[in-house]
Write a protein that binds this ligand. Structure first.
Ligand code: SPV
Ligand code: MG
Length: 279
């Protein structure tokens, strides 16, 4: 990870990953919430870990940029966590983020019940992942949910230090406040012992210059492709229904040529010329 502020764009399938890459993002966040939503599941570990692995594999096969996978709480104990991390690594992910909650977890913005894992047990999950992925470049991010769970800065800091001791490569500090105060206070106390990652979904008004000044390493735009798709699909479905036709919306949707371009139909045409025998 560099000293520059970097950005990870959410993707939830190969198409959204391709669009983010073509737009210029240099890294992707395989969001648990967004992948679950695209499969019609709630972000409460309803999707199995193998369904998540399959979704990530299709993304990794399709784009060149690195993908940080949202590994939720690791799908169980240390054993499940190391199994999932190894599979994600094998299938082309660049790293995994594990959060210090129980299995099943609930999305951090839903309800007020977010029981945290015991520190020592979660450190075991991190150590098991590190030992399993070995000396590879596979990145392990430890996500601290203490602020989400309402335990305050001291608990968040204690956990982050314990996770650093256990081999995490970076810390993700999450907050559900509508201002960045909480994560900025944490960043000041943390003193960049390891790179710090944030997810400003709720404190979206804060300009990124504030994060640069605070020495934040990475900002994750965690669910915005999925939410854009939801809004666009709702609008188009509503208009086709009410207008009883598609003439009005043609100019507002992607052309088929754009879709064919994204999925490189030109490469297939070139391959046909090369490999299909004409007689
Ligand atoms: C996700 O994108 O699934 C995340 C981020 O974990 S959040 O939804 O903010 O918890
Ligand atoms: Mg998630």
């Amino acid at each position: 990870m560099s000293d520059e502020l970097s950005f990870l764009m959410e993707a939830h399938d190969a198409l959204s990953a391709t669009i983010a890459e073509r737009c210029g993002f240099r890294g992707l966040w395989a969001s648990g919430l967004s992948i679950a939503s695209s499969l019609g599941y709630r972000d409460a570990n309803e999707a199995s870990w193998s369904e998540m692995v399959d979704a990530v594999e299709r993304m990794a096969e399709t784009v060149q940029v690195p993908i940080l996978v949202d590994g939720d709480s690791g799908f169980g104990n240390f054993n499940n966590a190391r199994l999932v991390a190894a599979k994600m690594c094998q299938r082309g992910a660049a790293g995994i983020c594990l959060e210090d909650k129980w299995f099943p977890k609930m999305n951090s913005f839903v309800g007020d019940h977010h029981p945290l894992a015991e520190i020592g047990e979660f450190c075991g999950r991190l150590r098991a992942v590190k030992d399993t992925v070995g000396d590879s470049d596979f990145v392990l991010v430890a996500r601290v949910e203490a602020l989400i769970a309402g335990h305050g800065q001291e608990e968040a800091l204690k956990r982050a230090h314990a996770y650093a001791e256990s081999g995490a490569d970076a810390i993700l500090i999450h907050s559900r406040l509508s201002t960045a105060d909480e994560i900025l206070a944490f960043a000041q106390l943390w003193q960049n012992r390891l790179p710090l990652i944030i997810v400003p979904t709720k404190y979206y008004r804060t300009p990124v210059s504030v994060y640069r000044t605070a020495g934040i390493s990475t900002v994750i735009w965690a669910n915005h492709a999925m939410r854009a798709a939801v809004a666009a699909m709702r609008q188009v479905c509503g208009r086709i229904l009410s207008e009883e036709g598609i003439a009005g919306i043609e100019g507002d949707i992607a052309s088929l040529d754009e879709v064919f371009g994204l999925l490189r139909y030109d490469e297939l045409a070139a391959a046909e010329k090369r490999y299909l025998s004409s007689g």
